[in-house]
Design a binder for this molecule. Structure first.
Ligand SMILES: Nc1ncnc2c1ncn2[C@@H]1O[C@H](COP(=O)(O)OP(=O)(O)OP(=O)(O)O)[C@@H](O)[C@H]1O
Ligand SMILES: [Mg+2]
Length: 72
């Protein structure tokens, strides 16, 4: 099993318009690992996945939007 993550997320912010939805989300998934995103309705689970897939706006309000990459 690779020691490098296949998905690495650091300090991720997402805004819908002026509403900040994600605040500094970070996660790391290695090959073969299963990760579950848990949280109440509207906590931002789907938004986190959309950001990783490039489907959510990651920049807003002049704020840094974090990093998503795949080192492994
Ligand atoms: N396209 C959008 N425009 C504006 N706000 C949005 C949009 N999509 C989601 N939101 C808001 O972002 C927040 C997070 O929503 P998200 O769908 O990521 O939550 P979730 O954890 O997946 O919720 P659920 O458990 O209901 O699936 C909620 O307040 C939601 O109303
Ligand atoms: Mg959802």
């Amino acid at each position: 099993m690779s020691a490098l993550p296949v998905v690495q997320v650091e300090d991720l912010d997402v805004y819908y318009g002026t509403s900040q939805i994600l605040f500094g989300v970070g996660l790391s998934v290695r090959k073969g690992e299963t990760m579950a995103l848990l949280g109440r309705n509207g906590a931002g689970k789907s938004t986190t996945m959309k950001a990783i897939m490039g489907l959510a706006p990651r920049a807003g309000a002049g704020s840094p939007c974090g990093a998503i990459w795949s080192p492994g």
